[in-house]
Design a protein around this ligand. Structure first.
Ligand code: M6R
Length: 607
C-alpha cells in the first residue's frame, strides 16, 4: 500500500506534497515523510514522523523548507513497526528513496551487500536504497538498472540523487506510478485520483521503465536505454473536491449518498425498460456465450460477488464461482476461453485482484472489471470495464461502492437472463422496474437512521457478536459483519444460521448478541426457528426483518427494525444499508475514528 508523491517545478514542493499526502492517506496512515531538495545547493533534507500527515505538517511548520523538488510518502507498515525510523523517505549515501510494495528478497540483499550493521530502519525499503547507493557511481540509469535487477517483489520507487538536484527518478514493478504535468512543473503519484486538482491528463509509467522527471518534462527509458513515449490519458477523477458535506465522517456521507449514486449507476444502463451495456461497450455475445463465470475480488467487493453469484445462479442458472483474489492463483483454478472472469474492485488497484485478473487473462479467460475509480489499473488491465458511478469513496469502510457494485451485478444478471432467452422482454422489464425502486426504498431506511442508532447503543459493550441468516440474508451478513469488525473492533462472525448448530452454537451465551436478518420468503420460517435456537441459549437478538413478517407475541428482541418491502432478491439493498448504519453508529458512539480504523488502508497494494 503506501501513498507516494513527487513534485519538481517552480512551486514550493513542501506544500504540494503535504496537501497531496493528506489525500493519499487512504493508502496508509501510520507514518509519513517528505524529502526536499534545496535547489542548486543540492542538499536533501528529510522530515518524517510516526503518525498522520497532520503530524508531519506540524513538524514541517517548525522548519524553513524552501525547495521546489521533493518526494513524499504515507506508510502502511509491512516490514518494520510504526516508528519515525521506519517512515519514508530513506536516505542512504547519495540516494533518498520512497517505496510502495514489498522487496521480498531483502534479507538476501542485506547479506549479499554486507548491510547488516549499516541500516537505520527495519524496512525492506531502506535495503532498496542501500542497493541503489551501492551501484551509484554518478550514473543514475546504470544504478537503477543494476539495482532493480537485484530486487524481487513489487515496487514503485521514487528516487532523489543528492548530486542531481531538481530531478526525480522513478521505476516500478506492478505497484503503480502515474505522472502528470502541472502549470508549473511535473508530478508523480501512486494513483491518479489525487492529481485531478493539478491537471487533466496523466500517463502510467510502464513497468521497468526509468522515469526522469524535471521541471520541464518527463522522459522515459526502458532498461536497455531506449527512450519510450508516454501514453497520455484523460484525468477525470478528482478526490480533492470531495468534502464531508456537513457530516462528521465520510462514511456517514457515503452511506447517505447511496440512493443517488445507485440511481446514477443504473439509469444510464437502462434503455426501453431493460438493462443494456452499450455505453460500456460490452457485447451481448460475451454474456451469452460464456459457460462459466468466476468473480475475483477481496473484502467487500468479494461479498458483492457472492450476492451476484446467488442472483445469477437463480436467474440465469449458469455455473458461477466467487474466489478470493489472494487465493486464486494458488488454488489451481481452471479457467479457459469459455470462462468470463469478473474482477470487482472499488479502487481498481487491489494488487491481489489485479494479479488474479492478469493470471486469468494469461490462461485464456475473457475478462471484465467492475471498478469505481476511473482509469485504475484493474480497469486498464481488463478486456471490458463497467464503472460504478459511486464517485470518490474516502472512508476506509466501503459502503456506496458495495451497493453500486450490487447494482451493476443486478443489471448484468438481468441482461444475461435476457440475452440467453431465460427472461423475455416483459419479465426483464419487470425485474428492471423493481431494481429502479431500490434508491427510493433505500432512502426510506436511511431516513429512519435514528431507529438504528438506538439499536446500536444496545451492542456497544459486546465483545463478540454473531450475525445469522440464510441464502441472500447470509450473503449480506458477511458484509455487515466485516463492516462492524473493521470500524468498531467488535469481534463479529456471520454464520449461515442452519450451520450454527453444527458447532458454533457452543459459543452462544447471554453475553453474545446475535444480529439476525430475515427477508427471504422461502427460508423465513427456518430462519425464525434458528433465531429461537439461539434465544433458548440466552442470546439477545437484534432483528432486521421484512416488515410484512409477524412475530410471536411472546418473542422478545433487543431491537427490531422493520425493512420496507421489495421482491425478495432486492431486499439485499435496504438490509445492507441498515447494517452499514448499525456498524457506523457503534463506531461513532464508541468514539472511534470511523473513517480511518486502526491497521487498515483503503487501497491494499501488497499481496
Ligand atoms: O478497492 P477494492 O474494492 O479492491 O478493495 C477490496 C477490499 O480491500 C475492501 O473492500 C475492504 O474489504 C474494505 N475495507 C471493506 O470495507
Amino acid at each position: 500500500m503506501c501513498g507516494i508523491i513527487g513534485y519538481t517545478g517552480k512551486d514550493a514542493a513542501k506544500d504540494i506534497m503535504l496537501d497531496t499526502l493528506e489525500l493519499l492517506e487512504y493508502r496508509g496512515y501510520d507514518s509519513a515523510g517528505i524529502a526536499v531538495c534545496e535547489g542548486e545547493k543540492s542538499q536533501i533534507q528529510v522530515y518524517k514522523c510516526a503518525g498522520r500527515v497532520k503530524d508531519l505538517r506540524n513538524l514541517c511548520e517548525k522548519e524553513e523548507i524552501e525547495g521546489t523538488c521533493g518526494i513524499g510518502h504515507t506508510r502502511w507498515a509491512t516490514h518494520g513497526g510504526v516508528s519515525s525510523e521506519n517512515a519514508h523517505p530513506h536516505k542512504y549515501g547519495k540516494v533518498t528513496l520512497i517505496h510502495n510494495g514489498i522487496i521480498e528478497n531483502y534479507k538476501d540483499l542485506i547479506g549479499k551487500y554486507g548491510l547488516l550493521d549499516q541500516l537505520h530502519s527495519q524496512t525492506d525499503s531502506e535495503v532498496a536504497a542501500a542497493v541503489l547507493s551501492h551501484f551509484y557511481k554518478g550514473d543514475p540509469y546504470e544504478a537503477i538498472r543494476k539495482a532493480v535487477l537485484k530486487l524481487k517483489g513489487t515496487f514503485a520507487l521514487g528516487i532523489l540523487f543528492e548530486d542531481i538536484p531538481g530531478t526525480i527518478f522513478a521505476i516500478r514493478n506492478v505497484s503503480p506510478i502515474v505522472v502528470t504535468r502541472t502549470d508549473n512543473g511535473m508530478m508523480l503519484a501512486s494513483d491518479a485520483a489525487v492529481l485531478g486538482q493539478y491537471s487533466e491528463e496523466y500517463f502510467v509509467l510502464p513497468e521497468f521503465h526509468i522515469l526522469e522527471l524535471k521541471e520541464e518534462g518527463a522522459t522515459l527509458y526502458d532498461l536497455s536505454g531506449e527512450t519510450a513515449e508516454p501514453r497520455w490519458l484523460v484525468l477525470d477523477w478528482d478526490t480533492s473536491r470531495s468534502g464531508k458535506d456537513g457530516y462528521p465522517f465520510y462514511m456517514e456521507k457515503e452511506i447517505m449518498e447511496q440512493p443517488e449514486v445507485i440511481r446514477e449507476t443504473l439509469q444510464p444502463r437502462i434503455y426501453e425498460g431493460v438493462p443494456y451495456f452499450t455505453q460500456d461497450e460490452i457485447p451481448d455475445h460475451l454474456l451469452r456465450d460464456c459457460e462459466r463465470i468466476c468473480v475475483v475480488a477481496c473484502g467487500t467487493a468479494m461479498h458483492a460477488g457472492l450476492v451476484g453469484k446467488a442472483l445469477i445462479h437463480s436467474l440465469v442458472r449458469i455455473h458461477m464461482d466467487v474466489e478470493l483474489a489472494s487465493e486464486f492463483m494458488y488454488s489451481d483454478i481452471v479457467v479457459d476461453e469459455k470462462t468470463l472472469v469478473i474482477a470487482i474492485s472499488q479502487s481498481g488497484e487491489t494488487i491481489d485482484t489485479l494479479e488474479a485478473l492478469k493470471y486469468a487473462k494469461k490462461n485464456g479467460a475473457r475478462t471484465m472489471a467492475i471498478v469505481n475509480v476511473r482509469g485504475a489499473s484493474i480497469a486498464r488491465e481488463s478486456e471490458y470495464v463497467i464503472y460504478t458511478n459511486a464517485g470518490p469513496e474516502i472512508a476506509v469502510a466501503s459502503t456506496k461502492a458495495y451497493t453500486t457494485q450490487l447494482a451493476v451485478l443486478y443489471l448484468l444478471a438481468a441482461r444475461m437472463a435476457y440475452v440467453r432467452g431465460v427472461f423475455d422482454k416483459e419479465r426483464t422489464a419487470a425485474f428492471t422496474r423493481e431494481l429502479m425502486r431500490v434508491p427510493e426504498v433505500m432512502k426510506q431506511v436511511l431516513d429512519r437512521r435514528e431507529e438504528i442508532h438506538d439499536i446500536a447503543r444496545g451492542i456497544l459493550d459486546a465483545a463478540d457478536v454473531f450475525m445469522i441468516g440464510r441464502g441472500l440474508d447470509y450473503c449480506i451478513l458477511l458484509e455487515g459483519s466485516l463492516k462492524l469488525k473493521e470500524i468498531s473492533y467488535i469481534h463479529s462472525e456471520a454464520y449461515a444460521s442452519g450451520e450454527l448448530k453444527h458447532g458454533t452454537i457452543a459459543l452462544i451465551t447471554e453475553d453474545t448478541p446475535v444480529i439476525a436478518v430475515v427477508t427471504q420468503d422461502k427460508v423465513q420460517s427456518k430462519e425464525f426457528s434458528n433465531i429461537k435456537e439461539v434465544q433458548s441459549r440466552g442470546a439477545e437478538v437484534v432483528l432486521f426483518m421484512k416488515e410484512t413478517y409477524t412475530l410471536d407475541k411472546a418473542a422478545s428482541f433487543r431491537g427490531v427494525f422493520k425493512l420496507p418491502v421489495m421482491e425478495d432478491e432486492f431486499m439485499v439493498m435496504p438490509a445492507s444499508a441498515a447494517l452499514q448504519l448499525l456498524a457506523y453508529y457503534v463506531s461513532l458512539d464508541k468514539g472511534l475514528d470511523v473513517d480511518k480504523p486502526r491497521n487498515l488502508a483503503k487501497v491494499v497494494t501488497v499481496e
